[in-house]
Write a protein that binds this ligand. Structure first.
Ligand SMILES: Cc1cc2nc3c(=O)[nH]c(=O)nc-3n(C[C@H](O)[C@H](O)[C@H](O)COP(=O)(O)OP(=O)(O)OC[C@H]3O[C@@H](n4cnc5c(N)ncnc54)[C@H](O)[C@@H]3O)c2cc1C
Length: 417
């Protein structure tokens, strides 16, 4: 670490790490200052009794262009979800086939009564249109709520309720689909062009890989930045640090506090992990709550996707509940298991609770208007820059793009001064 780094970066999530990586590649000295005890921000993995528990269920969409440019997918040893989804409705588990990726999928999809023929046609047309559009174009499209967008295309209410609501609601952390249609279009495009995957070492392997490219000693942990004044930051405890440029890469609410902007609203989620003796579904597809009853929005059997997530002979089940829920762990756990018994029968009674995560700020809220423009400015005032998913879009990709954009702005300004 340089004695007087040229740049100070506040926050070692994916945005801060990406910014640091670009500065390091350009030979600019920096120090990354992180409040918590580790890097990764919202993308961290805990080891617990031999299980790998991501801090909230999440996946990498392999089609993300910035992630493709930045990450070594091969080294991450990505393990993919099976295409399609299960959805619980009408008192049974139904399977939605992805005809483009499942062998024999066209026949199965056409025969399935998950969706009407018209809905199947509409999904084909939407997929084709999104694959033809560039990401830039999608983020310039007129926007509405995701639900209004789906209704305007003509999708039937039952299909929206049984598939789009829990599926995209689980990704956007918004069970009412009030988020921007641009985000739905972006995620849909990414899913149609690549896979949903997790690294064998857990999602935390993604920030760890970026950090492995940074100079030794350039990350300082357990150091909270309390205030920012011109080109100087003050840490909890009173230490002051100055630099030619300061990049605030904290999550939206904390960043807003530091730079004096209005705090963005948050989407929250709760994740419960269970150990089971056997997986409740036959293959590694996401399982959706298609009837809307009960707290569980969706679940994934992580060990089916990547066996490294659980000790041999055990299954790891990640259950996602949208929002924070004003219930104790025991109360919410009781409701979850009751719902799971309804879906999977008595086997759910033997699921062993491992741990839960309540994440108040899982994503910034992105209702229509929030993504206008798609890329918000990263230069705040002379010498002060801002990056994070709240500057682009609420995703691993958005965080990484924003980090690069902030680094590019810093490099351009340092070269000029
Ligand atoms: C449960 C969950 C599920 C998700 N699912 C997906 C998914 O499936 N696919 C996808 O693409 N995205 C998903 N996301 C979104 C994605 O994880 C985030 O958009 C992305 O990680 C945000 O990165 P960031 O660097 O902008 O912010 P963060 O990761 O929040 O990093 C900010 C860092 O700044 C630090 N910090 C804050 N304040 C200070 C301070 N004052 N001083 C020092 N340090 C500070 C924090 O400790 C943190 O480490 C999900 C997120 C969650 C939580």
């Amino acid at each position: 670490m340089a004695n007087h780094p040229e740049v100070l970066i506040v926050g070692a999530g994916l945005a801060g790490l990406s910014c640091a990586r670009h500065l390091a590649d350009s030979g600019i000295s920096f120090e990354l200052i992180e409040a918590s005890d580790g890097i990764g921000g919202r993308v961290r993995t805990d080891e617990h009794e031999g299980f790998l528990l991501d801090r909230g269920f999440q996946v990498l969409l392999t089609a993300y262009p910035e992630a493709q440019r930045t990450l070594d997918y091969h080294a991450l040893q990505l393990r993919k979800f099976a295409p399609g989804a299960f959805s619980w409705f009408a008192g049974r588990m139904n399977e939605l086939f992805d005809p483009w990726r499942t062998p024999g999928g066209w026949r199965a999809a056409l025969q399935s009564d998950f969706a009407t023929f018209a809905d199947k046609l509409r999904i084909s047309r939407l997929r084709a249109r999104l694959r033809r559009s560039s990401i830039d174009q999608l983020f310039r499209n007129p926007e509405s709520s995701a639900r209004d967008f789906l209704a305007s295309i003509g999708f039937s209410d039952p299909f929206i309720h049984r598939f789009f609501r829990p599926f995209f609601g689980g990704i956007l952390l918004d069970g009412e689909l009030r988020s921007s249609s641009r985000m739905l279009e972006f995620v849909f495009k990414m899913l149609s062009e690549g896979d949903a995957a997790v690294p064998v070492g857990g999602m935390g392997a993604i920030p760890a890989q970026i950090a492995s490219h940074l100079p030794d000693g350039s990350v300082r942990l357990k150091a909270t930045v309390e205030s920012l004044h011109e080109n100087e930051i003050t840490l909890a405890g009173g230490e002051r640090l100055a630099a030619r440029a300061i990049v605030v890469a904290a999550e939206g609410p904390s960043a807003a506090h530091l730079v004096g902007e209005a705090e963005p609203a948050s989407r929250s989620v709760t994740c419960f992990y269970y150990s089971a003796d056997e997986p409740p579904v036959p293959h590694p597809s996401v399982v959706l709550n298609g009837d809307g009853a009960g707290p569980v929005n969706s679940l994934a059997v992580m060990s089916q996707i990547a066996p490294s997530y659980a000790p041999a002979g055990k299954s790891l089940i990640a259950v996602s509940v949208l929002g924070l829920q004003q219930l104790t762990e025991q109360q919410l756990g009781g409701f979850i298991i009751a719902q799971m018994k309804n879906w999977f029968g008595p086997m759910a009674r033997s699921w062993r609770y491992l741990k839960s995560y309540r994440i108040p700020h899982a994503q910034p809220q992105q209702f229509p208007g929030a993504l206008e423009p798609a890329q918000r400015p990263v230069r705040i005032r002379p010498g002060v820059y801002l990056c994070g998913d709240h500057r682009d879009n609420a995703s691993i990709e958005g965080a990484m793009v924003s980090g690069r954009r902030a680094a590019e702005a810093v490099l351009a300004d340092l070269a000029r001064s």
